[in-house]
Design a protein around this ligand. Structure first.
Ligand SMILES: [Zn+2]
Length: 426
């Protein structure tokens, strides 16, 4: 169906009164309603949405999402996860490979491709694994996966063996693919489950030290220097990791990194003994949080991903010690970041759009701008009306969020992905 959206539109760093026509999946007209050539634009036919108090933003891109299908559909499905994405303003997500079957070959990937084809509401780009079964023993069938995956990642576990990671980088480079690394040294992790800091000591919890993260990043960056592989670090949480990535960028390596909203707005003094505060890597100290913010300000950290990782209520209902790792994030990322970082005066609005849209688009080569002829991927937000985050409203099957009950600004009113109206609340 043809659609016409009249609203303030964010484009090239500022808002203007625009009109977007959508036809056959693409933006068929785009411009200003007050310009000299406005008459043809303003009479574009179709279902018309006129927003006086909302803004149109380019669709967000999340390079780190767990959709749980195939294998764990009781936690989330491609359908529920991509509906949650649409409700959060995301039009493109990359799905992590800790699934059953594991996408370590074309056969392993096929069931996920079918689920995506049948039920995805937004654009989904699966990862293939680095190692067979994510066991860290032998490389996956890179050639079988090559044309169907966005990059290679063993997310969920770190690749422990240095020689195998070197091999993976060499093989990925040959095929012009990126290695996207969950960095975690299992020996250093030593069974911890929240940050090894003041809260853990005070309440008798087993801590995860920061070294378990940054040591493996340090090793990988050395391998990147050696192999010339294109490399991206997942969910950076520790101050030492930020500094290592900063140095690697200064040295001219082809590297990038992401962090997640919870690491930027929470620290371990705010933990409670509830599963919704448990994820891996953990929420770290105030010093780490400050270093992450510095990292996004100076461009060391390129993007913010959610690490949306839904589990069942039962799996998350066992406190810090015994709940599973992972929280949901697709439906809270923008409002939390907009409220805390933009309205809080820490980063500009433009910076936030770069972190959620422009930078992942450039680095991963997915997503589109709002422009004539492009595939229509954009989202509409109310930035002015405060509301309370209520997980009962989530379209994700996962409800576990540390932001439950938080008052925020930035509510997604509509999302168009691939030209389809995939979310509407008006
Ligand atoms: Zn991970």
């Amino acid at each position: 169906m043809n659609r016409v959206i009249k609203s303030k539109v964010y484009k090239d760093g500022s808002f203007f009164d625009g009109i977007i026509g959508v036809q056959g999946g693409s933006i068929s007209s785009f411009g200003s309603c007050s310009g000299a050539d406005s008459s043809s634009l303003c009479h574009t036919e179709g279902e018309v949405f006129q927003f006086n108090n909302f803004v149109v933003l380019p669709g967000f891109i999340d390079v780190h999402v767990h959709l749980r299908e195939p294998g764990f559909s009781y936690k989330e499905t491609v359908e529920s996860g991509t509906l949650a994405a649409a409700r959060g303003g995301y039009t493109h997500v990359c799905s992590m490979p800790n699934l059953k079957p594991v996408p370590d070959s074309f056969e392993g990937l096929e069931p996920q491709l079918k689920a995506i084809e049948n039920s995805a509401k937004v654009n989904v780009y699966p990862y293939g694994t680095i190692t067979e079964g994510q066991r860290g023993m032998k490389l996956s069938d890179f050639d079988g996966l090559l044309n169907r995956v966005i990059a290679f990642s063993d997310d969920g576990v770190g690749v422990q063996n240095e020689d195998l990671m070197r091999q993976a980088m060499l093989e990925a480079k040959k095929r012009k693919k990126m290695i996207v690394a969950h960095c975690e040294d299992n020996v250093l992790r030593a069974g911890g489950y929240i940050h090894d800091g003041e809260y853990a000591r005070k309440h008798g919890h087993k801590g995860i030290n920061s070294e378990s993260e940054w040591k493996q990043i340090e090793r990988d960056l050395k391998l990147v220097a050696e192999t010339g592989c294109s490399y991206h670090v997942c969910h950076i949480s520790a101050k030492e990791s930020v500094e290592l990535l900063r140095q690697a960028k200064r040295a001219g390596l082809d590297v990038s990194g992401e962090t997640a909203p919870h690491y930027l707005v929470l620290d371990d003094s705010e933990l409670r003994d509830e599963g919704r505060f448990k994820m891996n890597p953990p929420i770290r100290s105030a010093k780490d949080r400050e270093a992450l913010i510095e990292g996004i300000l100076d461009g060391t950290l390129d993007m913010i991903a959610t690490d949306h990782a839904p589990h069942s209520a039962e799996e998350k209902g066992k406190g810090l010690k015994d709940s599973l790792m992972g929280i949901v994030g697709l439906e809270t990322a923008f409002p939390v970041l907009y409220t805390e970082l933009v309205k809080g005066g820490i980063i500009s609005f433009d910076k936030l759009i770069k972190l959620l849209h422009y930078n992942p688009m450039k680095r991963f080569g997915i997503g589109t701008e709002i422009e004539f002829g492009a595939e229509a991927n954009f989202t509409v937000f109310d930035l002015d009306t405060p509301y309370i985050i209520d997980s009962n409203e989530f379209l994700s099957m996962g409800k576990s969020t540390p932001f439950e009950g938080k008052e925020v600004y930035g509510r997604c009113k509509m999302t168009i992905a691939k030209g389809d109206l995939v979310w509407k609340e008006i």
